[in-house]
Design a protein around this ligand. Structure first.
Ligand SMILES: Nc1nc2c(c(=O)[nH]1)N[C@H]1C(S)=C(S)[C@@H](COP(=O)(O)O)O[C@H]1N2
Ligand SMILES: [Mo]
Length: 233
């Protein structure tokens, strides 16, 4: 259980150079020993494969400060060929998409700062994928559909958005992130990215989109997070 609630807030905490060098030297953080080149280290750490129990790794200048989050212990990997995304609920035309079908739809690309509600941010993250509104239109929503619910193939995580937020230009079913296909740790092969909303709104390992008659609180919302994840800045 890696609860953002318990995530140490490190922003602004002074950490001496000795501490950081000490951390790099530690074997206990799950960093696989490999090519010692700076490039190699950065590649190992960048996809946030390290769970960062101390929260200090986020201070290391590695170019990608994402932290790995999952509410379940491990998630079975899905290849691009195995992947399916269902769209259903209050719609006239339910559908199931393969990765190839999603890739053939118009893609939207943009760059935005990623904000986790616990305080860490990643500036200028490049995203691309299919606008959620494109998939909603194709499903032909019924008049009763006022919200959208997201499911994850981790079997546990859920999220939701009211229809007006769901139709935002920067709300995408993301196929690419950080100029590459979305990695497994980041919720690949397909995850949500909800622009303008805290990270918890962006469901990783996306498996289902369901139109609903009311907004259904998601995993973290049942544990106290705001239903409205709008970033207030
Ligand atoms: N399935 C799933 N999606 C999730 C989460 C999760 O634990 N499980 N965590 C959320 C939170 S709180 C954040 S900040 C981001 C983190 O994305 P990352 O793991 O790529 O850094 O994913 C969001 N989506
Ligand atoms: Mo988060």
């Amino acid at each position: 259980m890696d609860s953002p609630d318990r995530d140490t807030r490190t922003t602004g905490t002074p950490v001496g150079r000795r501490v950081i060098l000490g951390l790099i030297g530690l074997g206990g953080l799950g960093i696989v020993a490999g090519p010692a080149a700076q490039d190699g280290l950065s590649k190992l750490l960048a996809p946030a494969q390290v769970r960062d129990p101390t929260g200090l790794l986020a201070l290391l200048p590695l170019g990608n400060n994402f932290r790995f989050y999952s509410v379940v212990g491990s998630v079975r990997e899905k290849s691009a060929t195995d992947y399916r995304l269902s769209v259903g609920g209050e719609v006239a035309t339910p559908a199931e998409y393969t990765m190839a079908q999603l890739a053939q739809l118009p893609q939207t690309a943009f760059t935005q700062t990623f904000h986790c509600v616990t305080g860490w941010t990643v500036p200028d993250v490049a995203w691309s994928g299919v606008r959620l509104s494109t998939l909603l239109d194709r499903a032909d929503p019924k008049r009763t559909a006022t919200a959208v619910r997201f499911r994850s193939f981790d079997g546990t995580y859920t999220e939701s958005l009211p229809m007006d937020k769901a139709r935002g230009d920067d709300v995408i079913v993301a196929l690419r992130m950080l100029d590459a296909p979305v990695t497994h740790d980041h919720g690949g092969p397909v995850r949500m990215y909800v622009g303008g909303q805290y990270g918890y709104k962006s469901t990783k390992w996306l498996s289902g989109i369901e139109l609903t008659t009311q907004e259904i609180p998601g995993y973290w919302e049942r544990r106290g997070y705001d239903l409205d994840g709008t970033i207030d800045d």
